[in-house]
Structure formats: C-alpha cells, structure tokens
Design a protein around this ligand. Structure first.
Ligand code: SF4
Ligand code: MSK
Length: 648
C-alpha cells in the first residue's frame, strides 16, 4: 500500500494527491506530513488567554492532574473547560452568523429589494410564521414574511426570556433544560457570555463553564442553525429527493468549470440561475468551451446538490485537489472551511480564487462582494470572469474518471411524506418498523474530514457497520459526501450494504439506507426528525428515550463540537473520532462522558476506531430498546466483532 492510499480511501483523491506530489504542489496532505500536532495542544493542556502565560501544563504522571495549575492558579480542569467552551462559542457563532446573513437577505427579499430571490415556499412560510406566534389572518405573504424576518432577526440580540424554537422540542426535553437553567436567552448573548466567562479570572469552576457552553450550543442547534435551515427552505424550496453526481470526476475537460465552495447558499443559488442563462452559455461557446459546468464543494455543494442536482466535486479534503486537476477556471468561497492553501494552489494553475463575503478575505485572492440587491448581476459577472479565463489553461488537464450517482435531499418534510404519503404524512411507519425491530434504531452521522485520519475511511467504516446492523443513518456535511462517493446514497445500497430488516424497509419505500439531509446547519433537520419520532408516539416521551445515537468520526472544526454538544444536551449519545479536546483533564472528560448523562440523559464518547465507535452506538441503541421494552421484538441476532471474526 502506497502512502497516498493511507491518506484516502477514495480513488479520485489518491490519484490527485499523487499528481500534486509529483508536481511539488503543497496541499493539506503534504503540510500534514510536515507539521506534527502539538501533544500539549491535542489534549488542550495549555492556556494563552493572558500575557502571564502561555501556561503549558503537560501531564507528568497519572493521578497528578488535580495539582496542575497555571501562573494565576487556574487548574487544568478550568483551562480545559475554558478551551472547550470557546470552541463551542466559535462553532455557534459561525452557524449563527451564517443564519444572520440569511435572515437579512430574507427581509430584503420580502421587501422586494433583492435580485433573483423570492419567497418560494409559502406553505413553509406559514408554518414557520406560526412557530413564531405570528397572527397570519388576513395578512399578505409579503407582510407575513416581513414580520417573520424581523422576529427571526430579533432572536440574535434577544437579552432575556427564551429563544422561540426551544418550544419545538418535546415537552419533557424543555423541562430538563429549564430545570438545569440552560435555555438560551438570545443567540449572540450566549456567545458573548462564553467569551466573558472564559476571560482571565472570571468563571473558574468547570461544571459552571460547561453549563454556559451548553446554553450556547443549544442556541446554535435550536436557534441559529434552525433559523438558517427554515428561512433557506422558504427562499429556495424544501429539498426533495434529487438525483445527483459526486466526486472530482464531475469536472469536465471541455467546459468552463466553476466550483462554488463554502456554506452560505445565497450566491450559489444565483450562480445556478446564471449558469442556465443562454447568454452565458453562448459566451462560453464563443471561448471554445462546450458550456459552463457548475460544481459544488463542501456544504455549499450540499445546498445546491439537494435543491438543484448540481454535481458535487468533493468534500473538505478535496478542495485543493479540485484545483490540482488543472481544469477549474474559477472557485468562489464565502465563509467557513476554506483553506488558505487554496490561493497557493490556484497560483500554480490559471485558476481564479474569488472571495465573496465581507467576513472573509484571503490574501492574494480577488474579492467580489456579494450583495443580494444585485445578486444575479454579480453571479453573471463571476461566470463571465470564469469564461474569460478558459483560454488561459496552461497545464495538462487531469480529471479523475471517478464519479458516483446519488439520491440526496431528504428533509424532515420529505421523510414525513415518503413514509406516510401526501394525505397522511407521518413518521408512523418509521416508528412501527423500529418497534417491530426491522429497524434497530436511527443514527445521525455528520461532520468533517480530518487529514490526521484516512480521508473518508472513518465515515464509511462506521456507517457501513451501522446499516449492516439495521440502523438507519441520517447524514449531513462532509460525511454525507463521503457516503455519496462510496455509493451509500442510492436505493440499491440497501440491498448491498444493509442488514435484512433495514433493507426490507428501504426496498419497500425505495429509499437509501443512508439519508442525505443537507449541510452542517441542516443538523437541525435531524433534531426535528428525532422530535417528530417522539411526537409520533411509541418510542418514549423524550429525545433521550429514542433508540438513537450520533457520531462525527472525522471531525476537525469547532462547529462540529458545537453540533455534538447540542446533540448531547438534547439527550443524544454522541461519539467523536480522530481526537478528543478535553483529554488534558480527567475530571472534565469524565464530566462530559458520564456525569452530564445524569443531567441531560445524553453524553459524549470518544472512540478513534470507527468500527468500535459503531458498536458503542449500537449498544446504546439496544439499551434504549430494552428500556422501551422493545428488545424482544428483534428476532435478528447482532453479530459483534468477535462473532464475525469467529465466522471468518
Ligand atoms: Fe496562565 Fe492563568 Fe494566564 Fe491562563 S489565565 S495564561 S493559566 S496565567
Ligand atoms: S463543510 S464544518 S468540513 S462538515 Fe460544512 Fe465539512 Fe465540517 Fe466544514
């Protein structure tokens, strides 16, 4: 096995890593070889929040962790908890600032001040308006949308009370949150309060720091992220099952290739419209290309893949590799998960890197500010720039042949419809199949790629193990794209990879055993789907009663920690892979892995081996089945690792 094969399980990725190495182009894969992670930083045993430090507190010998202190006397527990909380603040801030941009565009759209956007889904507008307590009687769509936009915007700066969407959770869950005083007041307030509390010499009791981190994480999952998903659905349409194609092979040698990368779907939506404009196609042909080929990368890809079937060129670790093909005329980036290394790779080719958000510039890249007021004109200008760049190709083009067909776009609303039908939309069939044991339980597997582990391997190993054991998987983000590339997002995958019970249900309904629910902010769709299962009845009164678990086997971003923590605080057992950012403190780690379960009925776990992680999740699901009295319903036997090895 060559080194490249240890870097990714994806053939297209391996092929282009080799090309980059042969041409001496620095990518995330080569830089990871050059820079080893700091062992003190890995376990978060350092503090640099004041100028008396940095205080590095490496573990010396076992049992000594309680004695380790910084110059100010801060214990290792305080330091690790502060670092953990700051990650959650950054993650929640990222999702929520994305949401704010969406809300502001939504308001401008309601006022008729944007170009190319519309209030597309009036039914969802009404539903969300009712969630916000808006009296819709005798109001026009425009007035309802305006009122909704203003109310949604007020969620960010709210100072007291409770954010609105908390009421969407099961009643039992709301009681738990109120009892433990973690209901978020306003989204921005919770982020600011973490930054204050973790300043030098403020909050220095680790459980108290984690309590605020919990409040902030809930403000993300049941606040910013959920607002973003709902308002995007109203403006761009609720995703429905859509065929798509994924992997670097979607790039086309004889087309002008434009890759749209990042998270906010605002410009990407308009690039889709602009790319279909006959004038743009004519211009591309005039330059000798056969047309424009728009492709997505990371979560922007998920957004336009599930709403428009626009092909996806790859996930997080493939962003630079797309440019190494030599075939990309232009890449747009907005916010989050965009490597600065992109500009270096772009300079090795003819590629233009375009930043489009006033929050994010990259040295050397061209900045074109996206403004919704003339968004369609901006989208067309960007495509024209790409077309003009087509004749500047100066390298041999090397596009891998690999691409995989997928079915994506399973929103909560669609799952409801597919299971129950148009007139009796319902989660009843799902609950019934969990109760009768055909489906063992449900897992949310989400999150990034991390170059410190083999690209896509954690996702695919873990997910295959789950579906083989009859666990239905809901997926988002880069995990979803890994599944797409591995062929798990097709109805046929149930026949090939799923256990007999899950396969029976998937084949009857015609769905894949792994359902693509969208981008990182769309993890809120998983919360809503889980809530719908509770409300349907038969599986307990709370999210923590469900035979369900979560995982992010290849996480790397602070957003992933925020997501994991709102899942845990919502009662879901959640397993992370790669590394775990509290290992410096045994007490904080025990608190998050065990004690917090007493409070929120959900807890964290860390397991770097994805197969073992899958079995932790399955064991948790089985414990929940037993608690619900459903353990007898399954006549199928779970083959654990030892039993399978014995068979081999
Ligand atoms: Fe060191 Fe305390 Fe300053 Fe942190 S706050 S850097 S532990 S002195
Ligand atoms: S893009 S946050 S690497 S999932 Fe949402 Fe992927 Fe993680 Fe970024």
């Amino acid at each position: 096995m060559s080194d490249e094969r240890l870097k990714s399980i994806d053939e297209a990725t391996v092929e282009i890593i080799k090309k980059a190495e042969e041409e001496n182009i620095s990518t995330v894969f080569t830089r990871a070889d050059e820079i080893k992670p700091c062992p003190i930083g890995v376990e978060e045993s350092c503090c640099k929040i004041c100028a008396m430090g940095p205080c590095r507190l490496p573990r010396t010998k076992k049992g000594e962790q309680g004695l380790r202190r910084g110059v100010c006397g801060a214990t290792i527990d305080t330091i690790v908890a502060r670092n953990f909380a700051r990650k959650i603040a950054a993650g929640a801030a990222s999702h929520s600032d994305h949401a704010r941009e969406v809300v502001e565009t939504f308001i401008k759209t309601a006022r008729g001040e944007t170009q190319g956007f519309a209030i597309k889904d009036e039914v969802k507008l009404i539903e969300v308006a009712l969630d916000f307590g808006i009296d819709i009687n005798e109001k026009s769509i425009k007035d309802i949308a305006l009122e909704l936009g203003e109310k949604a915007l007020a969620q960010f700066g709210r100072q007291h009370g409770e954010i609105t969407y908390i009421k969407k959770a099961p009643l039992r869950r709301q009681e738990i949150w109120r009892k433990h005083d973690v209901v978020p007041r306003g989204i921005d307030r919770e982020v600011v309060e973490i930054m204050h509390r973790t300043h030098m010499g403020v909050d220095q009791e680790y459980t108290h720091i984690i309590q605020q981190a919990t409040r902030c994480a809930l403000a993300d999952g049941w606040g910013g992220s959920m607002i973003s998903t709902d308002l995007q659905d109203i403006m761009f349409g609720i995703p429905v099952p859509t065929p798509g194609t994924i992997n670097l092979g979607v790039l086309k040698e004889d087309h002008v290739n434009v890759v749209v990368h990042g998270h906010e779907p605002l410009l990407p939506e308009l690039l889709v419209v602009a790319s279909r404009d006959p004038e743009i196609k004519r211009l591309a042909e005039k330059m000798g290309a056969r047309g424009i080929n728009l492709a997505g990368m990371c979560c922007s890809a998920n957004e336009i893949l599930m709403r428009h079937g626009i092909p996806c060129a790859g996930n997080f670790l493939q962003q630079e590799l797309a440019l190494v093909t030599g075939a990309v005329e232009l890449m747009t980036v907005d916010v989050q998960c965009e490597m600065q290394g992109l500009q270096h790779v772009a300079e090795c080719f003819h590629t233009k890197l375009i930043t489009t958000s006033d929050r994010a510039k990259i040295a050397g890249a061209t900045h074109i500010q996206f403004r919704p007021e003339n968004g369609l004109d901006i989208a067309k200008d960007i495509l024209k720039m790409a077309i003009e760049n087509y004749p500047n190709r100066r390298h041999a083009i090397n596009i891998p042949s690999h691409s995989q067909d997928t079915v994506v776009g399973f929103s909560h609303e669609t799952i409801n419809y597919i299971l129950g039908g148009l007139f009796r939309a319902s989660y009843r069939p799902l609950n019934d199949n969990i109760m009768n044991g055909r489906i063992r339980g449900v897992a949310g597997v989400v999150g990034c790629n991390n170059v410190r582990t083999t690209h896509d391997s954690g996702h695919i190993t873990l997910i295959k193990e789950l579906i083989k054991n009859d666990v239905l998987v809901l997926t988002t983000g880069c995990a979803a794209m890994a599944c797409g590339k591995a062929g798990l997002l097709t109805p046929e995958a149930s026949h090939t990879f799923a256990g007999s019970g899950l396969a029976e249900v998937c084949e009857a309904i015609g769905i894949p055993p792994v359902l693509h629910l969208g981008s990182c902010v769309d993890n809120s769709r998983i919360l809503i789907a889980a809530t719908a299962m509770v409300k349907e009845g038969g599986l307990g009164n709370d999210l923590s009663d469900l035979p369900a678990a979560g995982a992010a086997p290849e996480w790397m971003s602070e957003k992933a920690i925020a997501i994991g923590h709102y899942f845990v605080a919502s009662g879901i057992f959640t397993v992370f892979g790669t590394t775990w950012p509290t290992l410096g403190s045994d007490r904080v780690t025990k608190y998050l892995f065990e004690d917090i379960g007493e409070i929120y009925k959900g807890m964290w776990a860390y397991e770097a081996d994805p197969e073992k992680a899958a079995h932790l999740m399955i064991e948790h699901i089985d414990r929940k089945r037993k608690a619900l009295g459903l353990d007898k319903a399954r006549e199928r036997v779970l083959f654990d690792m030892a039993m399978r090895r014995a068979l081999d």
